[in-house]
Design a binder for this molecule. Sequence first.
Ligand code: ADP
Ligand code: GLC
Length: 489
Amino acid sequence: MNILMVASECVPYVKTGGLADVVGTLPRYLKKLGHDVRIILPKYHSIDGKLYNLETLPYQLQVRVGKETEFFRIKYCLSEDQIPVYFIENMRYFNRPGIYGIDGGDYSDNRERFIFFCRAVLEATKALMFRPDVIHCHDWQTALIPAYLKTVFRDDGFFWSTSTAFTIHNIAYQGQFGADTIEVGGFLWEDFTPAKLEFYNNLNFMKAALVLADGVSTVSPTYAQEIKEFNGKGLEMVLNSRTDEIFGILNGLDYDYWNPATDRNIAANYSPQDLNGKKICKMDLQNLCGFDVNDDAYLLGCVSRLDNQKGFDIILDAMYLLDDKNIQFVILGGGDPIIKRQLIEIKNTYPKNVAVFFDYNEPVAHKIYAGSDAYMMPSKFEPCGLSQMIALTYGAIPIVNRTGGLSDTIQSFNSETGEGNGFVFNITYGENFVETILKSAQVFNDRHQWAQLMTNAFNSKFTWDDSVEYYQEMYQYLISKKEYETVYR
Ligand code: ADP
Ligand code: GLC
């Protein structure tokens, strides 16, 4: 199959969260199955053309955004996995410091930026003469591609055999804008209907993809269920209108990259068979944080976007309530300036127990996963979550709220049976994070039980080998559906 992956983030080029991990890893596994996979991304200012040897291809292309004509070029490189990666280069929209905005806010023209990107992707695909069997789009920034193919490009023969798959990584970000988006996007008003682009008199990018993509998936089975029932942020009815075609496919983790035995960002390497290095990593992290270097202190880490989704109100409360215990907290995050201020405040109050690091920082993230005893993830909702998978593989025991992908990956440790790979509490049932931390601290103080728990964590693997098969099945289903539709066109 010819598969085109379209997204706004992808490792190693640009990352703000797990979306980038998924888009950077899934193609490698599709390629292993024999498919011709290519990736297409915006060429943000932060992507270093020299570092990745980007080559400018000999096309000068243009699309309309509202009344403006926007010119763009295509840059290109082969990834480490030998996958072709294309970058859409346009000075007005992508040559600026942030990805979606700066200082935790969004750029005011994100609507135009991603309308431009979606249209440019389709023009670039034609220029490159790469005829995809499937265009796989991720999140709202790429959600207009399925919509264009069913409207403006409906009669374009180049795409007649092309199906679209749309993956929801986070339904909380939908890209909803006013009705005038029809004109900015170059759509026809006749397509501004509930069955296509209209959503309560607005144009909602994600809703458009949910009704117009040939297939829809999200990143864990439980989240697929939750968004249809109660967590769809207003899109429940839309999802229910095609309930049988919403696939829930759990993300995998790139275990080649996230591996404490080979990780170069950490103070010492280690493996489940030899944990000496983990002790050194804990000491190194305690030093970095300005904490007492003490193996008996219970060190809790967190690496996250600073966003209400991630339950920072719960983490902050816990830090205030647990200040007199032998517990150390370290948090790395970027995003919401209000959460950042609150974290600085608590760090200043308890400098010996709380450390905070800001902005995106890959090396510090690795040090936190490796040096922590346990990992805090009390998310209010979590489509999948990769951080808890990374924590498991570094032997940092996840403490999570029972929601979405966290329910699918973490089971509470049972000290009687010795089963379970973490600690799970349930906000909906009024269960308490602080009590769960205290319960986990008791297990931490029992070296024998903790060793069992760490073994269970190391044995919890979520590989792409399994998940890629489901994606392949989904693509095959979409292609056969398209063939059937073409026959009866
Ligand atoms: P989300 O995609 O909602 O942010 P995930 O758990 O799926 O949550 O993925 C988060 C990814 O981003 C993980 O790889 C995590 O290590 C990384 N990450 C998040 N914040 C930072 C940060 N400030 N610095 C470095 N890595 C980060
Ligand atoms: C989103 C979700 C996260 C998921 C990631 C990758 O950012 O918040 O739960 O793991 O996408 O799919």
